[in-house]
Design a protein around this ligand. Structure first.
Ligand code: GRF
Length: 202
């Protein structure tokens, strides 16, 4: 399957997804790395690795227009799936609907706990025994689409949000490529979804 990855930051998940995609027998191929931030480190890495990249700053653009430009780049690249990996821009209803069932995100908490920001600080403050990460389908309800897979990470005594975030990222890097590979390889997908993707490719 052909995948576009959307990033805003460092891109460690993008790197994990990319290197997994280059192992023998991989189920997907990254055809584009796109960002709303031209300075994102993730883009530099994509370029060094020879992966096509696209950047369009969102400042001064309406959300719907920025989304539409990202969508056009994704389609031009021939992507069948869109994978958000630290994309820090909320996507509007049009692009979310267009990619329904074909857009995944990774969120650094054990959803449905702690949607939104500062997940690790909130888990520590609540006295939780575990933090973690979730891969989920993207819907209009922020961080609330169907969960496709989770990784649990123990909260150790003395963990700060930053230390915990680093360890959760190690788990994310294992989880995301595996869940994505399983998802794109699932045997059945509703006919309407196949038809919608075909339509968009025309
Ligand atoms: C990850 O923690 C991910 O869960 C969240 O944003 C972070 C992205 O990190 N959505 P990176 O850019 O992949 O290093």
């Amino acid at each position: 399957a052909k995948v576009a990855v959307l990033v805003s930051g460092k891109g460690t998940n993008m790197a994990a997804l990319l290197y997994a995609s280059r192992l023998p027998g991989a189920a997907y191929d990254i055809v584009l790395v796109a960002s709303n931030d031209p300075a994102a480190e993730a883009l530099t890495l994509a370029e060094a690795e020879g992966v096509p990249s696209f950047a369009l700053p969102h400042r001064g653009m309406k959300r719907a227009d920025h989304d539409a430009a990202m969508d056009a780049a994704i389609r031009d690249a021939g992507a069948e799936y869109v994978v958000l990996a630290g994309y820090m821009r909320i996507l509007g209803p049009d692009i979310v609907a267009a990619w329904e069932g074909r857009m995944l995100n990774i969120h650094p908490s054990l959803l449905p706990r702690y949607p939104g920001l500062d997940t690790h600080a909130r888990a520590i403050a609540a006295g939780d025994s575990h933090a973690g990460a979730s891969v989920h389908l993207v819907t209009d309800d922020l961080d609330m689409g169907e969960v496709l897979g989770q990784a649990k990470v123990a909260i150790a005594p003395g963990d700060t949000p930053d230390v915990l975030a680093e360890r959760v990222k190690l788990a994310e890097h294992q989880l995301y490529p595996r869940v994505l590979a399983q998802y794109v390889s699932r045997p059945f997908e509703p006919e309407w979804l196949v038809a919608r993707v075909r339509e968009r490719a025309m």
